[in-house]
Design a protein around this ligand. Structure first.
Ligand code: ZN
Length: 198
């Protein structure tokens, strides 16, 4: 391996969230040192996952099938949709086991600095999904941050006029908490005692 390839490898690792140049160097060295048992299997797994992973056309969940396993499951309640920011939140809810309905992954929160706008929320698509599938309840499960609550409000306003129940997680948690950092019981309690937004 030439120095250029090694540097390119380090640069790519440093683009991962929360990883700077120094950490990237440490990770690269660790991988090289553990070539057989970690580096090569990781490379293979990255390749396989990149090829296999798909975004569900209904809900945005990442899965190997489209529509996803949750959308196509006959064990789920199909009249309730839980709106979450990203896949980590879906994993948190699934781990807790409290949510029996479907999901809608919006992929970001409204924030001027982060370049995620109202258009990115694709609210018309959400509305169509609600109308076509006879959805009865929308649960807004976005983070208790300013961005999360602003986004929740915009979604709620855009759904006005639809004959559905709109609820929001009841946060018995410090403001600022992100959904996927909540432990299972806290998340379950927030869901069970969700507030009706009318
Ligand atoms: Zn889906």
């Amino acid at each position: 391996m030439s120095q250029d390839e090694l540097q390119k490898f380090i640069n790519l690792i440093s683009r991962l969230p929360g990883i700077g140049q120094r950490s990237a160097q440490r990770i690269a060295l660790y991988l090289i040192k553990n070539k057989q048992e970690l580096m090569l299997p990781l490379a293979e797994s990255i390749n396989e996952t990149a090829r296999a992973v798909k975004k569900c056309q209904n809900c945005g969940i990442l899965d190997t099938i489209n529509p996803c396993k949750i959308c196509t499951s006959d064990m789920r309640s199909t009249t309730t949709i839980c709106i979450v920011e990203d896949m980590a939140d879906v994993w948190a809810f699934e781990r807790s086991g409290y949510h029996k309905g479907l999901y809608h992954v919006i992929g970001g929160l409204l924030s001027a600095s982060k370049n995620f706008t109202e258009q990115d929320l694709k609210l018309n698509f959400l509305k169509q999904r609600i109308e076509k599938n006879n959805i009865q309840e929308i649960i807004l499960a976005l983070s208790a941050t300013i961005e999360g609550q602003t986004t929740a409000l915009v979604i709620k306003d855009s759904l006005e006029g639809l004959k559905i129940k709109i609820t929001q997680l009841a946060y018995g948690v410090p403001v600022g908490s992100e959904i996927h950092y909540l432990d299972d019981n806290t998340l379950g309690a927030a869901l069970e005692s969700r507030k009706d937004l009318g």
